[in-house]
Design a binder for this molecule. Structure first.
Ligand code: ADP
Length: 623
């Protein structure tokens, strides 16, 4: 150091001040000769290095550099010296007891007047705290970046110009577009939403929602052309980030939505099949009603119910939904019963829809229509089977009746025929004897028996005619019908001093008016005929048994023994042969009731206890 130059410039300045400065400097200071041998270090240097001044002298100071950094530092030092550049580097000092301190070292060469290097002067600054903070920050930043890159959430950000400035690995995975494709690309949104209408709609929504929305679902077109559904949330309004005018996150909900949609479709299909099976299992199912209701179940089970219509063709009948139109977009399945095609089911879309497994229809819809066709076919089969059985039952009942009938006919007609035969022989003899007065008597008897036979035959014919076929059914006010019948009996009832109680509010029924009048006439006729002693009363009414209405005609007459409660409905069966009548009334009544889908029976406590004739009808209307 050239002491005199300072003395010359400023008398007040003393070089010892420099020495003092060296000692109080917050940075370590060192001096070396041209070979790097230490000539001097200050107090701060000693503190950082953990060695004293003397230990640092010569090559001693080198020990202070952490071994891990030594080679690098030496290399940088020699490079700087060789290039005549100042030395600057960050490295670690390590005290003999192992304490590490990060420092930034600076050094410069001091040149002689001839230009040769006299030595080096340098500083070491303790940057340990800042360096650790920087390392921590870097690690922290790395961690965040890794999380952002690896999290299964899309991250996007836009800059002030509306260009994407962030696009993470999940965004790349979901859309197929790389960050390189998207960041800074002004067409990025067009690539993701190629349909201008949809883009405009989303843009308008964005204007409405602003920077604060949650789970807004977008349909993005991926690079491979497939559609992905992403639920975006933008919280930039609440959590602004410097440099990102707008940012948010998104979750790929494509498979979730697809599963949800598929599940919804399955539920619709199951509901349809369930309702169909409920319809099929209805008691007393009428095929036409069933097909009419079944066709209405079809449209709601298809993917686009609002544009779906359907029809079921069964033999020569068509059951269609109200809005039925045939179009080219059709799915159909055949109905088979007992190995024969008996019809088909058709489902139509009234508008064109994107191509799927079979035209615009899903593979599941093909399976569904086939399953429905199968169920309907089974139901038709079942109903036809039941009708066959009913027919069979009826046929065998008819056969039984026919047998009884022919038995009755032969039995009941044989007696008068034998009588006629007897009288005819007598008549012949009387004529031969010319006994005309007696002959006239016999002829009259023959005539009388013949008239009775004629009557019987006509009754038998009447009974035979009352079968399944009755007059066209009409709506009948049963109360009015009973009044009409009572009117015919008015005189007799009065003459015989019989009081009649009639229920009010009889329901309406569907049936054959003349035949039903006959039922009440027959029952009333019997009630009057077999009525007992005074007070004589007859009641006509109806009661509810469960949900069934039971009509009755009741008298307080001679009653019926339980063992005859079935016999009385047989043709020509009579308990008391001496009483007027021919035993056909109840048989005819029973036939009429059965032809109306009902049943008839008698309730009586026994002889002398009166009788109640009860019957039901197949078609009773609600009051
Ligand atoms: P009919 O009255 O001409 O003999 P029906 O077929 O009407 O023929 O009746 C058959 C039989 O049933 C009667 O002969 C009678 O024995 C019995 N019967 C019918 N109605 C009653 C009644 N209200 N009370 C008692 N017995 C009856």
């Amino acid at each position: 150091m050239n002491q005199s130059s300072y003395d010359d410039s400023d008398k007040r300045f003393d070089l010892r001040w420099y020495e003092k400065l060296l000692e109080i400097s917050p940075v370590g200071i060192f001096f070396t000769d041209a070979e790097g041998h230490c000539l001097h270090v200050n107090q701060r240097w000693c503190e950082i290095a953990g060695m004293n001044h003397d230990q640092a002298l010569g090559r001693g100071w080198v020990q202070a550099i952490a071994k891990a950094d030594y080679d690098r530092v030496a290399h940088e030092w020699y490079e700087a010296a060789r290039n005549n550049q100042p030395f600057h580097s960050e490295y670690r000092f390590c005290t003999p007891d192992g304490q590490i301190t990060w420092v930034v070292g600076d050094a410069r060469a001091i040149h002689q007047e001839d230009g040769s290097i006299a030595g080096y002067i340098g500083t070491i600054t303790d940057i340990h705290r800042a360096k650790l903070d920087r390392i921590a920050l870097k690690q922290h930043t790395e961690r965040i970046r890794t999380i952002i890159e690896q999290m299964p959430v899309l991250l996007f950000a836009f800059d002030e110009q509306g260009c994407l400035s962030a696009w993470n690995a999940e965004a790349e995975r979901v859309t197929g577009y790389s960050a390189q494709d998207m960041i800074g690309n002004p067409q990025a949104m067009e690539w993701l939403c190629p349909d201008p209408g949809y883009r405009r709609q989303m843009h308008d929504n964005y204007k409405r929602l602003g920077d604060d929305y949650l789970n807004w679902e977008w349909h993005l077109t991926a690079k491979d052309g497939t559609t992905r559904i992403v639920a975006f949330s933008n919280i930039a309004g609440r959590h602004p980030i410097d440099g990102w005018a707008n940012w948010g996150v998104g979750v790929d909900v494509t498979s979730f939505r697809r599963t949800e949609q598929a599940l919804g479709e399955r539920v619709k299909e199951l509901t349809c099949l369930y309702k169909l099976s409920m319809l099929s299992s209805q008691h007393n199912l009428n095929l036409e009603d069933f097909l009419g209701e079944a066709v209405e179940l079809l449209p709601p089970s298809w993917q686009y119910p609002e544009i779906t219509c359907a029809r079921i063709v069964y033999q020569d009948k068509i059951f269609a939904t109200d809005d039925f139109t045939s179009t080219p977009w059709k799915l159909s399945s055949q109905l088979h019963v007992r190995g024969l095609q008996v019809g088909l089911i058709e489902v139509y879309y009234r508008e064109e829809k994107p191509e799927l497994a079979e035209g615009p229809f899903l593979m599941e819809e093909r399976l569904l229509i086939d399953e429905i066709a199968l169920q309907i076919s089974r139901t038709i089969n079942h109903v036809l089977g039941r009708q066959d059985l009913a027919l069979l039952d009826e046929l065998s009942a008819r056969a039984g009746e026919l047998e009884k009938f022919s038995h009755s006919v032969s039995h009941d007609l044989r007696t008068p025929l034998t009588a006629i035969g007897g009288y005819a022989q007598i008549l012949e003899k009387q004529i031969q004897k010319n006994n005309l007065a007696e002959a006239k008597n016999s002829a009259e008897k023959i005539q009388k028996i013949t008239v009775r036979m004629e009557h019987r035959l006509s009754e038998l014919l009447k009974l035979a005619k009352i079968g399944k076929i009755i007059e066209p059914s009409e709506k009948i006010d049963l109360g009015a019908l009973i009044s009409d019948v009572l009117e015919m009996f008015e005189n007799r009832l009065q003459a015989e001093d019989i009081s009649v109680r009639v229920d009010s509010d009889f329901p309406w029924v569907i049936g054959d008016r003349i035949r039903l009048m006959e039922v009440f006439e027959n029952l009333l006729e019997n009630a009057i005929k077999y009525i007992g002693k005074s007070p004589k009363t007859i009641a006509i009414g109806y009661t509810l048994k469960g949900i069934e209405k039971v009509f009755y005609v009741e008298d307080n007459g001679i009653g019926i023994a339980p063992e005859h409660s079935e016999d009385i409905f047989q043709i020509f069966w009579r308990l008391d042969k001496s009483s007027p009548g021919d035993g056909t009334g109840l048989a005819i009544t029973k036939r009429i009731i059965e032809a109306h889908g009902g049943r008839i029976w008698v309730e009586s406590e026994g002889p002398g206890q009166g009788a109640r004739f009860c019957f039901t009808l197949g078609h009773v209307l609600e009051a």
